[in-house]
Design a protein around this ligand. Structure first.
Ligand SMILES: Cc1cc2nc3c(=O)[nH]c(=O)nc-3n(C[C@H](O)[C@H](O)[C@H](O)COP(=O)(O)OP(=O)(O)OC[C@H]3O[C@@H](n4cnc5c(N)ncnc54)[C@H](O)[C@@H]3O)c2cc1C
Length: 485
């Protein structure tokens, strides 16, 4: 995948910029892109936020008494996308405010599985991923389907490490948020963003927010020259800017829970292509990931191309699937440690454009989950890095028109990186939505390990960007030939 990117940012250990830069300050020594408008003229408040006041947000872990009314950049949401964006921006010397509605540590519904693509992104962000730091490594993917069980090690590549990881999102997201904080981002936890602040041209110049702990409490405004929506699948901020989900793009729904199990230290991620309740095939796909802490993360998901999408009780489906598992694995009610929870997986760029009127979208807010395998974390991290690169360059432009030109190039870079691959993914999802096609594919590919090794590279998007094995070149050629949309 090639990225159309501005020159690289400083490395992870680059000097941390001072916090609380004066409003309008430039991230470099050059002349500044015009500062956020002064408070008095800042906002055409949307109806829902018209009550904005200047009362301080009571985000309990606000990092300083000046509690940052202004910044160069505001990032909404401190999930993987937001923390990556804020981290890279801070490392580039940009004054960045990261607003998160929850308090860390906080749970997030996820499979907790990290492929080598995610590991690479973590390493790039400067997150230590040693086992002594609590990360549990895996060697590859075990696929179970069509009566066959196949263990496929992660491919040996120069561009990606040969191992994956697992880590609960309870830990994982806090680690990333603290990484951003350490880099110099100002993180405010317990602050819910309620809407955009717009200028007369409909351009976003800030956000309104209130303390999460006080839903009826006062709102306050935060202003910045650029805003990033990294607020996940629902992305209320994008919605308020008129960016709704595209229904011509795939969407998944998945549920998961944890069970204490002797399989907790499985060194392969396990993926089930077909689910059975006795002789009856159930809709959907499943996973079992050993968490290394005495539990397994067990879940299943379904795509909106499936007939059963939206018409089934996912919790009941999970119970029926698990009822057929060997008793010694322990996937029974008494061993369940958390409620069964579900959430959506927005895929294949299901919200576009990724930049408009001062707002960039990163991660799930921009629908960046990989349609081939439902993996979203690496794309959240990578799009955050990309967004930061474009924003840092835009802020250093001497005039607004120049800055706008740079920001407009962010969606093009995303398309160049993932567009063709996601289009292929959409076609794949349409095909496997038909159970007969899926059965045929499973029956004919699973017994062929060599073919499955290539399939793994395609599904997990793990190829050498240049050169590499012939199969890598075929996958690239296919992604390039397929129109990015
Ligand atoms: C069941 C399930 C299993 C999955 N398993 C995997 C997996 O194994 N591996 C993988 O790579 N991906 C997996 N995914 C996908 C992955 O979870 C997402 O793609 C990823 O979390 C996207 O990161 P993000 O930062 O874009 O969004 P999120 O992780 O959703 O983060 C958004 C953040 O914004 C905050 N926020 C939201 N609204 C506001 C607001 N108004 N004000 C302030 N803050 C706000 C939220 O609190 C949250 O912290 C799974 C998804 C599901 C549903």
């Amino acid at each position: 995948m090639t990225h159309e990117v501005p020159p690289s940012l400083p490395p992870a250990d680059a000097a941390v910029p001072p916090r609380g830069r004066a409003p309008g300050g430039s991230p470099d020594a050059g002349p500044a892109y015009p500062a956020a408008p002064p408070a008095a003229s800042a906002s055409t408040e949307p109806a829902s936020t018209a009550s904005a006041s200047t009362a301080p947000a009571s985000g309990p872990s606000s990092t300083g008494p000046a509690a940052a009314e202004e910044a160069d950049v505001i990032v909404v949401g401190a999930g993987p996308a937001g923390s990556a964006t804020a981290s890279y921006l801070a490392r580039a010397g940009v004054d960045v405010l990261l607003l998160e509605k929850a308090q860390f540590p906080r749970e997030k519904v996820c499979g907790d599985g990290l492929t080598p693509r995610a590991v690479k992104a973590l390493i790039g962000m400067g997150v230590p991923v040693r086992e002594q730091d609590g990360w549990v490594r895996n060697k590859g993917l075990r696929i179970i389907g069509g009566g066959v069980r196949l263990e496929l090690p992660w491919p040996e590549l120069s561009s990606y490490p040969g191992y994956g990881l697992v880590r609960t999102r309870l830990d994982f997201d806090e680690i990333l948020a603290r990484t951003a904080q350490k880099a110099g981002a100002r993180l405010l936890e317990g602050v819910t963003v309620t809407g955009p602040v717009l200028d007369d041209d409909g351009r976003i110049t800030g956000v309104t927010a209130r303390s999460t702990a006080d839903a009826r409490g006062p709102e306050r405004s935060y202003r910045a020259r650029v805003i990033v929506a990294a607020d996940g699948n629902s992305s209320r901020l994008s919605l308020a800017m008129g960016l709704s989900k595209r229904d011509d793009r795939p969407m998944g729904v998945a549920v998961r829970t944890y069970y204490t199990s002797p399989r907790h230290n499985d060194d392969y991620l396990e993926s089930w292509l077909d689910l059975w309740d006795g002789p009856r095939q159930l809709p959907g796909y499943g996973w079992i990931f050993g968490m290394g802490d005495g539990t397994s993360n067990v879940g299943l998901g379904m795509l909106n191309t499936s007939e059963s999408f939206g018409n089934v009780d996912y919790r009941d489906l999970l119970r029926r699937w698990l009822a057929g598992m060997p008793a010694e694995w322990g996937y029974i009610e008494e061993n369940r440690t958390l409620p069964i929870r579900g959430a959506a997986l927005p895929m294949g760029f299901n919200r576009t454009p990724h930049y408009t009127r001062g707002l960039l979208l990163a991660g799930d807010a921009g629908g960046m989950v990989n349609p081939f395998n439902g993996e979203g974390i690496p794309y959240a991290l990578e799009s955050g890095e990309l967004a930061a690169q474009f924003i840092a360059q835009a802020l250093a432009r001497p005039d607004a028109a120049g800055a706008e030109r740079v920001l407009m190039a962010y969606p093009r870079a995303l398309k160049a990186a993932y567009g063709g691959y996601y289009t292929l993914g959409r076609r794949f999802v349409q095909m496997i939505g038909n159970p007969k096609v899926m059965q045929f594919a499973t029956r004919h590919t699973m017994p062929r390990p060599a073919l499955m090794r290539i399939t793994l590279k395609l599904l997990a998007n793990l190829t050498e960007p240049r050169g590499g094995h012939a199969t890598d070149r075929v996958i690239h050629a296919l992604s390039k030939m397929t129109p990015a949309a």
